[in-house]
Ligand binder design. Sequence first.
Ligand code: FES
Length: 163
Amino acid sequence: MTEIRMRVNGAAESLDVEPWVSLLDALRDRLGVTGPKKGCDQGACGACTVLADGVRINACLALAVQYDGKEITTIEGLATGDDLHPLQAAFIRHDGLQCGYCTPGQICSAVAMLAEHRAGMPSAVTERSGELDEAEIRERMSGNLCRCGAYNGIVDAIKDVAG
Ligand code: FES
């Protein structure tokens, strides 16, 4: 067992984990933070996406011990008091979901994606860094799958917030 300390959604947490425990399992099973979802558990679906020091990661592929000292933000940490994060509100306005299972990961990913774009980071695949049009949003969000196929609403919500 290794003791690790993290800030999770602004709260200081300390927990003992075996070296093989994923960050996703540590969040869900040890800390009761169940917003990040386990879809594939192998880095293919994005349902487990969280922010680590503002960077989006697949928590199922991350070992908890690697995140000692980090600031972890999940869907539970995005709202400010009673005010939803603008992306949360936009997903509701634009019906960017059906069953909702992928939504926490979609929104965390979109938060980081918009920050990446604003910082001028090019898309990893297209190497474009231009206007955040529909094609660019779809490319930059391609790591987050929606089995219900709510992609049109997801893209519209992101475009709305991107301005
Ligand atoms: Fe982590 Fe699918 S559960 S990518």
